[in-house]
Design a protein. Structure first.
Length: 156
C-alpha cells in the first residue's frame, strides 16, 4: 500500500471513532504514517490519545472507522498489527532490575526473536539510541532520559 505522497504506508487510520457512553473520545481521526517516519501524537489531557493507542495496540475496539498496519486491517489481523507496531506508552515498561541488553533481549523473545539475530538487533538499537556504553548496566541506574531512550529502543 502506497500513500498519496509516495512511500509504503506503515500506518493508515481512517475516520476512527470511539465513545464511552455520551463522551466522544475519538471523533473521526484520520492520518497516515509512512515507513521510516517518526510519529508523535500530542494533545491536551482527555483528548483521546490513550484511547487511540489502545485501539492501535488492539486492546480496545473502535466504534467505527478503520486502521491498517502495513496494509493489514486491525480488525482482521490483530496479531500481525501487534507484531509490526512499536508503541511507547506514558508509563515505563522497562524492567529496572534487568540490564539494558537484558530488557531488549527479553522483549525480543516475546516477539519470537532468538539467537544471533536477536542479539544483533538489540545491539543495533542500543547503538542507535546512544546506550552502547550502558549495555550491562541495570535500567534502574539510568537517568530518566536514558530510560526513555531504552523504552524507545525496546519499541523498535
Amino acid at each position: 500500500m502506497r500513500s498519496a505522497t509516495g512511500g509504503e504506508l506503515a500506518l493508515e487510520v481512517v475516520d476512527l471513532r470511539r465513545s464511552f457512553g455520551e463522551r466522544k473520545a475519538l471523533a473521526g481521526v484520520s492520518f497516515q504514517v509512512r515507513r521510516g517516519e517518526t510519529f508523535a501524537l500530542l494533545g491536551p489531557n482527555g483528548g483521546g490519545k490513550t484511547t487511540l493507542f489502545r485501539i492501535l495496540a488492539t486492546l480496545l475496539r473502535p466504534d467505527g472507522g478503520s486502521a491498517r498496519v502495513f496494509g493489514h486491517p486491525l480488525s482482521e489481523s490483530p496479531a500481525e498489527a501487534r507484531r509490526r507496531l512499536g508503541v511507547v506508552f506514558q508509563q515505563p515498561g522497562i524492567d529496572p532490575k534487568l540490564t539494558c541488553l537484558e530488557n531488549l533481549i527479553h522483549h525480543g523473545r516475546l516477539f519470537g526473536m532468538r539467537g544471533a539475530p536477536l542479539r544483533g538487533a538489540a545491539a543495533a538499537q542500543l547503538e542507535r539510541f546512544g546506550l552502547s556504553a550502558r549495555t550491562g548496566e541495570l535500567a534502574e541506574t539510568l537517568s530518566g532520559g536514558m530510560q526513555r531512550r531504552l523504552e524507545l529502543a525496546k519499541a523498535l
